[in-house]
Design a protein around this ligand. Structure first.
Ligand SMILES: N[C@@H](CCC(=O)N[C@@H](CS)C(=O)NCC(=O)O)C(=O)O
Length: 213
């Protein structure tokens, strides 16, 4: 699908990171527009017109606005089947692919939201308790993922897929937590493997990132 046009709205290190990384991994052409979240650029009317939730990422696909990081990863992998980053409909790995993508997006990612914005979940007066509860949920997920990765090089086995970009992005988010994902033996090996991809270095250069390099 070489004729697609893509425009990614992103903020460095945010939930747009996995989408940015996958676009680079795919080697497709895209425009990238950086938003300054501190300055509230994601809450301005022109951005709200394409993403009413006022969140990053947004990806314009042939001019049509789409959002939700995990959905964008699934969509891009499907639109570029030559990349083999999405298991085919009859591939036995497809169940694991969907299971982990949904689990990461609807269980782990919201726990991170509470970790970073604990007042949202329980009000300022209960922020510490909310944060601690989210920490337990995040670490529980690392326990489960570490067991899963003990027998695998990538989330689906020996074959890279779109869910690996989501998993690694979320592991990165834990880097300043009391017990980051890289404290788990199979997760640190996995992260090292993912970080060796040339697209990771390119992502870091483009987003101006250096921490967790
Ligand atoms: N479910 C959304 C969540 C996106 C999200 O929470 N993005 C954060 C950055 S990591 C954001 O835009 N935060 C700005 C804000 O909440 O005002 C997705 O996966 O795309």
């Amino acid at each position: 699908m070489t004729s697609s046009t893509y425009t990614l709205y992103y903020a460095p290190g945010a939930a747009s990171l996995a989408v940015h990384w996958l676009l680079l991994e795919l080697g497709v052409q895209f425009h990238a527009i950086q938003l300054d979240l501190q300055a509230g650029e994601h809450k301005r009317p022109d951005y709200l017109a394409i993403n009413p939730a006022g969140l990053v990422p947004t990806l314009l696909v042939d001019g049509k606005a789409q959002s939700e990081c995990a959905a964008l990863l699934l969509l891009l992998a499907e639109r570029h089947p030559a990349s083999a980053l999405a298991p085919a409909l009859d591939d036995p790995a497809r169940g694991d692919y969907l299971q982990w993508t949904l689990h990461l997006a609807n269980t782990l990612q919201p726990a991170f939201r509470t970790w970073f914005y604990p007042h949202e979940a329980a009000g300022a007066a209960h922020a510490d308790a909310a944060r601690e509860a989210s920490r337990a949920r995040i670490e529980g997920c690392w326990d489960r993922l570490d067991t899963w990765m003990a027998q695998r090089s990538y989330m689906l086995g020996e074959h890279l897929s779109a869910v690996d970009f989501l998993a690694t992005m979320l592991m990165r988010w834990s880097r300043n937590m009391p017990k980051p994902a890289t404290e788990w033996p199979h997760l640190v090996a996995y992260v090292q493997r993912m970080k060796q991809r040339p697209s990771f270095a390119e992502l870091y250069a483009r987003e101006g990132l250096s921490e967790w390099a």
